[in-house]
Design a protein around this ligand. Structure first.
Ligand code: THU
Length: 146
């Protein structure tokens, strides 16, 4: 099991946010998923002209993780966000849908995942556990899958 370095995850998420496709909201989000072997899978938000079809950065990162067959190996997640062209420092935490999607990885892997949240810039990192962000979660366990 690799050490979790919150600042490194936040920096990886910031790097990923440079590829945000967010021409409608102009709000760039990056996510970095740490796996048990120390590798990191990133994602950025991916918007659509049909606004409601947009995908969040965390969802993109976890879909990439799943497509590598690694969903059960997730040990931590970092997320950052901010308005494009601003130096926002307030930590951004995952939206409700993303919390549910993070829970899929958490229950499959049998872990209560740490979630590190940062702004587009700055040193502030808010640290949560998924169970704080999504208490009494419904998930694969309820379906006998984990
Ligand atoms: N967004 C994320 O990528 N993750 C979140 O957890 C919150 C919101 C994106 C969706 C949209 O592209 C933009 O931020 C503004 O809502």
């Amino acid at each position: 099991m690799s050490e979790v370095n919150p600042r490194a995850l936040i920096e990886a998420a910031r790097e990923a946010s440079k590829n945000a496709y967010a021409p409608y909201s102009n709000f760039a989000v990056g996510a970095a998923v740490l796996l048990s072997d120390g590798s990191v899978v990133t994602g950025a938000n991916f918007e659509n002209a049909s606004y409601g079809l947009s995908l969040c950065a965390e969802t993109v990162a976890l879909a990439r993780t799943s497509s590598e067959g690694r969903l059960k190996d997730v040990v931590a997640i970092g997320v950052i966000g901010g308005r494009m062209g601003h130096a926002d420092t307030a930590p951004v935490s995952p939206c409700g849908r993303c919390r549910q999607i993070i829970n899929e990885a958490a229950q499959l892997g049998g872990r209560d995942l740490p979630v590190f949240c940062g702004g587009a810039t700055g040193d502030e990192i808010a640290e949560y556990t998924l169970s704080q962000l999504l208490p009494a979660a419904f998930g694969p366990r309820d379906l006998g899958m984990a």
